[in-house]
Design a protein around this ligand. Sequence first.
Ligand code: ME8
Length: 511
Amino acid sequence: MLNMHLSHKNGNNQIPNAFFSAPIFYVNGAPHLGHLYTSIAVDVMARFRRMIGGLTYVSVGTDEHGQKVAQSASEAKESPQKFVDRMYIPFLNLVNKCEMKYDIFIRTTYDEHKKVAQHFYEKLVKSKYVYEGEYEGWYSSRDEAFYADTDVKDGKALNGSKVTWVKEKCMFFALSKFKDKLLKYYQENIESILPYSRYQEVMGMLNANLPDLAITRTRFSWGIPIEQLPGHVLYVWVDALTNYLTVLGYPNNEYQMKKWWPNSVHVIGKDILKFHAIYWPAMLMAVELQPPKKIVAHGWWTVNGHKMSKSEGNVIDPFALIDEYGVDEIRYLLMTEMSFGQDGDFNEKRMNARLNSDLCNELGNFIQRVMMFCYKEYEETLSLFENLTNVDIELLNQSNAFLNSAIKGMENAKIHIYLSSLRSLVRLCNVYIDEQKPWKLSGENRKRVLSVLCEMVKRVAIFMEPIMPLKAKSVFALLGYMDNLDKTSWNELLKVNKLQKPEPMFTSRGK
Ligand code: ME8
């Protein structure tokens, strides 16, 4: 099957559209490695979806209210608004710098978002699941979370966050009433939380105690005010979660809501699972909206085996990292070094070794060998020969097999598996070169082998695109193709230019 269609949009529409959301980032400090990783993971999933012919809508932004941000603003001796207007900029710069392609960057201090969050709150009130009360218990401003007595030891939550005892008037959401509904929903939708270990974690939480949730705060004022309730501001997590509706134009833009909400994929870190998989779906059910279609939770980075934290002095600056390695290189390395869903350890020695082996020796070398050969002999990239040998066909079929398994794997967010399969494909290409020895061939045979190799370079570049968009673009340029990735089959890329002389694509490190 040589003319395999990359896109299924002209076929039987197997690839559904998807709304991919990144978490919105707290602006109390500077961006770190975790923010970079989340942004890249969302981008890879969305680019992959587009590569195979789906339509996507991608959102990202900043979470600017709450006690934690207010405290940081006060420490900086600035008004909260002035503080967030300054602090959100590095996050915007980071998502741009890492080549994340998004449709909307939202800030929770935008008026349009405030209106949506207020509207959502009113809908909750109308649902009759909201009542007045007083919260007395532990609160962590670091996590912006309430903790039960059983989850606190020596003034700290089980995750190590400092907690303080608070007592405040507030409005409660009757979360406990949703226990059975949520259990039923998740029993019927096992794949709605990935990976499966996180699904099990959520089921465990649901089977434990599920107290009602305080959804307004009265002890400070940096939040979205509630008109009918002077002195109350919206609990920052309710404010933050509704961003996923604001970005779709809820409640007025029915078209966008219909198009994207049933296909929503929230990509998050494991620490914010409870908010997304329990609080959020329950509130959505209360206002009669569908829960998110999928919640995909990734693990956390440690640095050389240690927790990344300011006090450890080991926080990785994502800007410096991109400058040091290059944007595509770091995208590749972060996605490879962490098995999606599990924790990963950031270790420069290992990353350098991987850069040298995977990118310089295997991928870079493959493209360099083929393109130098062709550049010296031909003006234009070679079109695939009609008469191919079984060995040629076998290699080409490997790329079809790769694509089929990639589609299955990426449905389960297995980005690291996508990459290890791509590595295997590149290895097969290098083996093909070593065995076919095009330098020893002549005439049509030589041209045939090089035509297969040009085709494989093209296909590998297509597969590289979700992970390494800039390098993929440069490979298309080498081949003389227009870098239009909205193609419908391998053969629809347009040859527009002459072959270019290749330069080594990757630079080795740490030798
Ligand atoms: O949680 N490794 O924002 P945030 C990997 N505003 N990922 C990490 C990480 C690490 N060491 N540290 C943090 C928030 N992250 C909320 C989200 S969404 C409605 C509101 C991830 O800035 C973390 O898991 O604290 C989360 O997904 C993201 O960075 C933003 O964290």
